[in-house]
Design a protein around this ligand. Structure first.
Ligand code: IMP
Ligand code: MG
Length: 182
């Protein structure tokens, strides 16, 4: 079993940063906001795989409205902690979003490259509106001009894992968020 307080990956040490209770409380608030905004709009939530899977599923349980769900899959960081700086589309949308209200759901916005890439893609499909929800955001790392409409938590410019976020594809199943301590 993975330890619950400190996680070692080789000699790198990860410590707790955001607890499951804190996440749950914030998801309730975000769910209420989304419910108010989208109740009569039959929105489509588009998760960005893989990182958003846990956030998306828990967030939508707090958003009891008529909606649809679809996914894009983007290439990841690979096995490293720093973005390669380019994005590849690994899975296209299946839904027709022409004229639809879209909410992009991300695990974390770091440089903003992935969101910028997705927003450009979506323009071609002429949705009625596009907003972005991200569980985490690192304002200190932003390199692209992006607007995040629903932010779970702003965090310092440090590498984090858990609750969907991986390190070399591992640790996505942790129920809370851990940060690399230097
Ligand atoms: P961006 O394109 O630079 O904004 O990076 C966004 C993507 O990089 C996210 O969807 C994550 O998959 C990944 N990412 C960014 N920061 C972290 C982190 O601290 N831990 C794990 N993955 C991260
Ligand atoms: Mg991601």
């Amino acid at each position: 079993m993975i330890s619950e307080d400190v996680i070692y990956v080789g000699n790198e040490k990860f410590v707790p940063m955001i607890t499951r209770d804190q996440i749950n409380a914030r998801l309730k608030e975000l769910g209420e906001e989304l419910t108010k905004e989208y109740e009569d709009k039959f929105p489509i939530f588009i998760g960005i795989l893989n990182g958003s899977f846990m956030f998306l599923s828990d967030l939508l349980r707090e958003t009891p409205i008529n909606c649809e769900v679809d996914f894009f899959k983007l290439s990841s960081y690979g096995d490293r902690k720093i973005s390669s700086g380019n994005v590849k589309l690994l899975k296209e949308l299946n839904a027709d979003i022409n004229g639809r209200h879209v909410v992009i759901v991300e695990d974390i916005v770091d440089s903003g490259l992935s969101i910028t890439y997705i927003e450009k893609l979506l323009e071609e499909y002429t949705p009625a509106s596009v907003k972005v929800a991200s569980l985490l955001m690192k304002p200190g790392s932003l390199k692209y001009d992006v607007k995040i409409d629903y932010i779970g938590f702003e965090i310092p410019d440090k590498f984090v894992i858990g609750y969907g976020l991986d390190y070399a594809q591992k640790y996505r199943n942790l129920g809370s968020i851990y940060v690399l301590s230097e």
